[in-house]
Design a protein around this ligand. Structure first.
Ligand SMILES: [Mg+2]
Length: 230
């Protein structure tokens, strides 16, 4: 690792909306699911599902439609949604701008990398076909931790798998839910908003996109005081 990194040792990458434009596919799937279950989704409901774990998203959809959170019905809905997302992922997932080069840049500078996603392993494996497994030392999925984002568990586990303290890691996120998770774990968060705005706050640094990001940019983001827009 270069001296320029001065303590930054790892990058923890969110997947949906940060590396891949998969939120668009989730958008299709959750809207279709809502219609399948009883009616169209309001924009307010849709915003609540962005960046949520599948369990939380399903709960939001059921509540919005006035459905009982019956475990069997939730399980059926989850299977319906996952099958639809798998179909959509199978067609190939578009990258977010600059994300592929950003992964290569982190590697080129000797930074350890982990994928930290609320998406479950079954779908993450499909997405890794697009991402390329060689970019990551480890991956953490929503169904592999006690509680998904916005809880800190996914980021704590990601840092642990890299053999690092969260404070040595830069998390890269696009959503308020993901940013809250990374922050709760003790990571500095570089936020590249995608679908919805993310509020400023302690430990948060903002960038409009990952296009052209350099190793020095990653190190600077990690070392910046919070609330800075690079
Ligand atoms: Mg995301």
């Amino acid at each position: 690792m270069s001296d320029a990194f001065d303590g930054l040792a790892g990058v923890l990458w969110d997947m949906d909306g940060t590396l891949l434009d998969s939120e668009k596919m989730w958008d299709v799937a959750v809207r279709e699911l809502s219609i399948h279950l009883g009616g169209p989704m309001t924009e307010e409901t849709r915003l609540k599902t962005i960046g949520a774990s599948s369990a939380n998203a399903l709960g939001v959809i059921f509540d919005a439609l006035g459905l009982d959170r019956d475990p069997a019905a939730l399980a059926d809905a989850k299977e319906w949604m996952f099958t639809r997302v798998e179909e959509l992922f199978g067609d190939g997932i578009p990258w977010r701008p600059g994300a592929h080069d950003a992964l290569r840049t982190a590697r080129a500078h000797g930074l350890r990398s982990a994928l930290v996603t609320n998406t479950e392993r079954r779908l993450t494996e499909r997405a890794l076909e697009t991402l390329g497994r060689h970019h990551f030392d480890h991956s953490v999925c929503g169904d592999e931790v006690p509680a998904g984002k916005p809880h800190p568990d996914p980021y704590l586990r990601g840092a642990e798998l890299l053999g690092l303290h969260p404070s040595q890691c830069l998390a890269i996120e696009d959503s308020p839910t993901g940013a809250a998770s990374a922050q709760a774990a003790g990571c500095v968060v570089l936020i590249v908003p995608c679908e919805i705005p993310v509020a400023d706050g302690p430990g948060r640094v903002f960038r409009d996109s990952l296009v052209g990001i350099t190793g020095s940019d990653l190190a600077e983001a990690w070392a910046q005081p919070s609330g800075v827009r690079l």
